[in-house]
Ligand binder design. Structure first.
Ligand code: GLN
Length: 275
């Protein structure tokens, strides 16, 4: 009997794992795919999802006819496949619109402009004399493969650093670019001296750097120019149109600004702690 129970238990655990991923279940919830290590857009506050995208998601779900939302946390590069396969309805993850991604999913209207920036150790003076992004890039071009840049795998930060034709960045083939599970892990490696720099989206850079001592973000020089949007399965025009209508509404009635400024104070310092 005990043995049977053990077998059942492990089977239940296995199923539990699958369910956790398939999350969403049979309720009439908007199934949201995200990577919750990207403050202030999505991160955990205790066990709860929070951040700009999560607030938009929750308001959108109710406004467009769902009972609520179910968020599935996954690696960033699993979000598009989850949306393509229909495991989740919508990807909401500070995701930059790129031509390559447009081949796999449909994007809503853009809701936030962003850029890549570089993070280095606090005592690193390499870029101190720079007065433009171009000057930062010129210095990066002089580095050898011993110079290591950390990025989050599958992101535009990686594409910018390693080079990507569709994203129209040559990258820096002279140095070493590596992909990490999350930006925070990359910044930790930077603090520990295992890599020389991290390239990641500006606001997450600022927030992650606030929680790791010994690093500084060079916020003045934006290395790229990007815009975030949500993604849905190709051809899911019903959801796309509803999501766009909701975005239009919250852009017009000030709700989007309210949400964004509740996580930023206008000087790009965060009011919220990454609990
Ligand atoms: N904006 C970047 C991208 O779309 C990073 C997104 C993220 O890490 N959540 O690739």
């Amino acid at each position: 009997m005990k043995k049977l129970f053990a077998v059942l238990l492990s089977a239940a655990m296995l199923v539990g794992t699958v369910f956790a991923f398939a999350a969403c279940g049979n309720t009439n919830n908007l199934k949201v795919a995200t990577n919750a290590y990207f403050p202030p857009f999505e991160y955990f506050s205790g066990n709860a999802f929070t951040g700009v995208d999560m607030e938009i998601a929750s308001g959108m779900a109710k406004d467009i006819g769902y009972d609520g939302m179910t968020v599935s946390d996954m690696e960033f590069d699993a979000i598009i496949p989850a949306v393509q396969q229909g495991t989740c309805d919508i990807g909401m993850a500070g995701m930059t619109v790129t031509d390559t991604r447009k081949e796999s999913v449909d994007f809503t209207d853009e809701y936030y402009e962003s850029a890549q920036v570089i993070i280095v150790k606090s005592d690193d003076t390499t870029f101190d004399a720079c007065t433009s992004a171009e000057e930062i890039e010129n210095i990066l071009k002089t580095k050898t493969s011993a110079y290591k840049i950390g990025t989050q795998r599958g992101t535009t930060g990686y594409m910018y650093s390693a080079g990507n034709e569709d994203f129209e960045y040559d990258g820096f083939p002279n140095l070493t670019t590596s992909g990490y599970d999350t930006g925070a892990v990359a910044v930790q490696d930077l603090a520990n001296g295992r890599i020389n720099a991290v390239i990641i989206d500006k606001q997450p850079a600022i927030m992650i750097a606030q929680s790791v001592s010994g690093v500084k973000v060079i916020t003045d020089y934006e290395l790229t120019s990007e815009a975030y949007a949500f993604c849905v399965r190709k051809g899911n025009t019903e959801l796309l149109e509803k999501a766009n209508a909701y975005l239009k509404k919250i852009k017009e009635n000030g709700e989007l600004d309210r949400i964004i400024t509740s996580f930023f104070d206008g000087t790009a310092t965060f009011k919220h702690n990454n609990a």
